[in-house]
Design a protein around this ligand. Structure first.
Ligand SMILES: [Zn+2]
Length: 275
């Protein structure tokens, strides 16, 4: 069994390494996908695949980030970092999912005062639309005016609802840029814990997430489409080849390395988290 050697340490500069994880998400209940924005597409007609349900990457990324932050908080690491413009710009979650000076307006004063000058962290987790495994025969969607529950008026935003039957499976690829074993351990752990989709419970519902395999390469080799046409042969399924550390240790080590890196780059004043 050959071991796969990931980058040992994080670096501010890109190194051109990609770990692509092929993921399957199964709807455990009948799901209602709700969209209040008219340009958000929830089904799509593909030339080769026909009509499919789709899950926008934004929805998956948002949910995954919440899981990563909850776990991080439970370990006492940057507990006050939060999504409502309160990103700290210096914790494992901000480092992996990205954060900008715009998203830390309401950050905890201790975190905010530790940042030397405004800087942005680019997301190291990239994804694309997840596509349903089966063709949708008939798309049961309708666009309606959202009814105000108090006044029964319909002056609000247009709302699209789509019904996805229980058992429907979606496939997609999540790409980690220049990952260390710690980053992979955290993402895999949280993907496996992801039991619900959607930022609000009214979008989506219970799901089961399975990792189908991965590819480590110097380029992005696979896309969601590839997972639907025929499963790529190069897909590795033995996660033990990655020699991942336990998730708790991974968070702690990554928290120290992110703080050290930002301090060395002169971006933060002092290391707020150390071993
Ligand atoms: Zn943070």
């Amino acid at each position: 069994m050959s071991e796969i050697k990931l980058e040992e340490n994080i670096d501010i500069l890109p190194r051109g390494k990609y770990l692509q994880i092929a993921v399957e998400i199964e709807a455990l209940d009948n799901l209602i996908i709700r969209s209040t924005s008219s340009e958000e597409v929830l089904t799509f007609h593909y030339e080769k695949l026909g009509n499919r349900f789709i899950i926008p990457w934004r929805k998956i990324k948002g949910r995954l980030r919440r899981y990563v932050m909850e776990k991080q908080r439970s370990l006492g690491i940057f507990e006050e970092c939060h999504l409502k413009d309160g990103l700290c710009l210096q914790c494992p979650s901000c480092f992996m999912f990205g954060a900008t000076g715009e998203t830390n307006k309401n950050a905890d004063p201790e975190y905010k005062s530790n940042v030397n000058n405004s800087y942005n962290l680019a997301s190291r987790i990239l994804g694309e639309t997840f596509i349903s495994v089966r063709t949708v025969k008939e798309i049961l969607d309708y666009t309606a005016n959202a009814v105000d529950e108090k006044t029964f008026t319909t002056g609000q935003a247009l709302m699209t609802k789509i019904f996805v039957p229980a058992g429907e499976k979606f496939r997609g690829v999540i790409t980690l840029r220049d990952p260390t074993p710690e980053i992979v351990s955290i993402i895999i752990d949280n993907l496996q814990r992801m039991a619900r989709l959607g930022a609000e419970t009214r979008d989506w519902g219970k799901v089961k997430t399975t990792i189908l395999g991965f590819i480590y390469s110097d380029r992005e080799e696979i896309s969601s489409m590839d997972l639907l046409e025929s499963m790529p042969k190069r897909l590795e399924s033995d996660v033990s080849k990655l020699k991942l550390p336990p998730v708790d240790k991974a968070y702690k080590k990554l928290a120290v390395s992110v703080q050290k890196m930002l301090k060395d780059e002169g971006l933060i004043k002092k290391q707020l988290y150390s071993e």
